[in-house]
Design a protein. Structure first.
Ligand code: NAG
Ligand code: NAG
Ligand code: NAG
Length: 366
């Protein structure tokens, strides 16, 4: 771009070149310092891995999922539009990290997503006849394979540099909590208290975090559990459409232990930094005060059938609302794109106590 001759030669740059520098600076500040985003987690951030798992019904690559996604496409996202992984990618200035199982690259130099709908910390969570998912341990296995390829391609020092600047986003635990309250699981877990269960979850997560650290991960975005007991699926089970407070209490318990675990990890390692997003109070406030956020419907799902549209998941046989922007929930467990946008805004640029010890923007700047 050439400076216009009508501008005094003393000025640092012309309007157009200044604009160029300004945009370049913003791009640098906002995005260029993150080479890659690695996403690990469940359906809240699955961008299509489950499409590639054969013999499983745990998929969302059919209508009316994706009705508000560019092109109205059902991509495998459990959402009406873009999900939290897409929105975070946009903030960071990188394209959405593509599904690892898509094999669209062997190195995924700008990141990849291992996230898989239905998954949890326990290998057994979400698995069953016709139900298959990538547990978080399995996702870390896949990352281990990818990291070895990166070392081969970039060299040990190159891979170390690349990974130390990358973001590792971890969104997991909801399905493990759902599983604890699942009647089919109740007998098996009869003697496991909520405290013990949550302790086991955290112990598995801690082991996986240490594994990620040993492979070079240094910057983590840890997403806490939301008010799971207030999802339409749980209100459906209540005569009065109330939240399941036992489930909510387990989510809070998990979040408290996750916070302590991360603080411990940081003091152990001395070379990690992280953002912890306390999803619970943020989502709960949206549900309690929907109009404050521009929502009209806090209880019912947009897509489904039956009471609160929470009797079934969103399939072509279900009905869906015309006014998705009014709804907090897309289906009986997943938020709408509108809700995800609010949540990711807090992750990216929010303040304590909702994001601690720093937000994602500050984490990136380190
Ligand atoms: C991806 O590669 C793996 C290993 O080579 C193979 O088993 C799998 O079928 C491939 N998946 C796709 C979607 O091409
Ligand atoms: C869970 O699966 C991973 C492999 O994906 C395996 O390494 C680990 O041992 C399994 N954990 C348990 C408790 O079976
Ligand atoms: C990043 O983490 C290290 C220890 O892991 C700590 O010494 C440092 O203060 C952290 N940076 C910020 C900005 O918190």
């Amino acid at each position: 771009m050439m400076a216009s001759s009508s501008i005094s030669s003393k000025s640092f740059c012309s309007l157009s070149t200044c604009l160029f520098f300004f945009i370049a600076l913003i791009a640098f500040v906002e995005g260029q310092s993150v080479p890659a985003v690695y996403v690990l987690g469940d359906s809240l951030v699955d961008v299509g891995n489950n499409n590639y798992i054969d013999g499983s019904l745990l998929k969302a690559n059919y209508p009316y999922n994706g009705i508000d996604y560019p092109g109205g496409k059902s991509t495998g996202r459990f959402c009406n539009g873009k999900n939290a992984a897409d929105i975070l990618g946009e903030k960071v200035g990188l394209p959405t990290s593509p599904p690892y199982l898509s094999n669209t690259s062997s190195l995924f130099l700008k990141g990849t997503s291992f996230a898989s709908g239905g998954s949890g910390l326990f290998n057994s969570t979400g698995q069953g006849f016709l139900f298959k998912t990538l547990s978080l341990p399995k996702q870390v296995d896949y990352f281990t394979t990818l990291q070895a390829r990166l070392v081969q391609h970039l060299g040990a020092a190159g891979a170390e540099q690349h990974l130390s600047k990358s973001l590792f986003v971890v969104v997991i635990g909801s399905n493990d909590v759902f599983a604890y309250f699942d009647n089919n699981n109740k007998n098996k877990l009869k003697n496991v208290t909520p405290d013990q269960y949550v302790d086991e979850m955290i112990a598995i997560l801690q082991g996986l975090m240490k594994q990620l650290h040993s492979l070079g991960a240094r910057k983590f975005v840890m997403v806490g559990l939301g008010s799971l007991g207030c999802t339409p699926a749980q209100r459906f089970k209540s005569n009065t459409e109330d939240c399941n407070s036992d489930m909510n209490n387990m989510a809070i318990k998990y979040n408290n232990k996750l916070t302590a675990m991360m603080a411990g990890l940081q003091s152990n390692f001395n070379d990690i930094n992280y953002t912890y997003f306390d999803t619970y109070p943020v989502l709960y406030d949206i549900i309690q005060n929907p109009t404050k956020y521009g929502f009209k419907e806090a209880k019912a799902a947009c897509c489904g059938l039956g009471k609160l549209n929470a009797g079934v998941f969103c399939t072509p046989l279900a009905i869906f609302c015309p006014n998705r922007k009014d709804h907090i929930f897309w289906d009986k467990v997943h938020p709408t794109q509108e809700t995800d946008t609010i949540l990711v805004n807090v992750i990216y640029s929010g303040s304590p106590p909702y994001v601690t010890p720093m937000n994602a923007q500050q984490l990136i700047a380190l």
